[in-house]
Ligand binder design. Sequence first.
Ligand code: SIN
Length: 316
Amino acid sequence: MNSQNIVILGTGGTIAGRACSASDNIGYTAAQVSVAQLLAAIPAMVQTGPVIVEQVAQIDSKDMSFPILAKLAERVSHFLAQPDVRGIVITHGTDTLEETAYFLQTVCQPAKPVVLTCAMRPATALVPDGPQNMLDAMTVARHPGASGVVAVCAGTIHSALDVQKVHPYKLDAFSSGDAGPLGYVEEGTPKLLRNWPSANKKAKKIAIEKIANLSSPGDWPRVEIVMNYVGANGAVVDALLAQGVQGLVVAATGNGTLHHALEAALLQAQAAGVRVVRATRCLNGRVLPKSGDMLVDSKGLSPVKARVDLILRLLK
Ligand code: SIN
């Protein structure tokens, strides 16, 4: 038995959801069961070694906010600094897991493993997927050499950079796109396909104390996402500009293409001092920059992750 602690932080989600009937997999309320109760229902979890449990939030992840993310980052940093802590498991809703994963990797850049896990079926389901996901996450958090923020779901390990929810119902709801998964967990053993995410030593970390003081969502830079589509125009950009938006991520078509009317409005916003970033609305791949581009690209980040990235950059 590994004697180092694993910290399990609860934030809610379907993994902690309750429905009135065991056969109901969609009509449940998320974030009803405490993380301590979830743990108590899986004796094999405690058999892997000592655990510390803390409920950081209890929400449906569609309602995730930057103040909660900042609190989560503070708890993650606090526990990672303890020499007797081997790693952290975070239970989270699937809907915004990829944004939290990217936020924590960028802000904490952990040298120890921080493993987000989740479920697509509520805790009350006939066959809930949460317990196995939690056990697999625990296996990864205890694995020698594991590091960085990863997500574990349906036996697959994804890096924070690549993970994306791609299905609203299937148990295997996540993909790492072109990069492919980091690995798999098979019968309690992680099988790695590529290296663990490493801390970006060159990147200047954002001070946890600085973001901890931003306790209201209004304290955070306002960055919105707009999309290019058939018949797109600049009306939404103009309205956001009038409201004082500080950053815009555009989910562009294909290799970053934009309807000329939307592009004109974005260039005007950029000229007025708004930071504008171009991502692609394609599920896989990235915008490949070319000479003459007037809007920077997201360097492979999806629109939602590019937004998190821009918010953090505006804070610096
Ligand atoms: C949530 O994201 O909190 C609800 C949906 C889920 O966890 O699958």
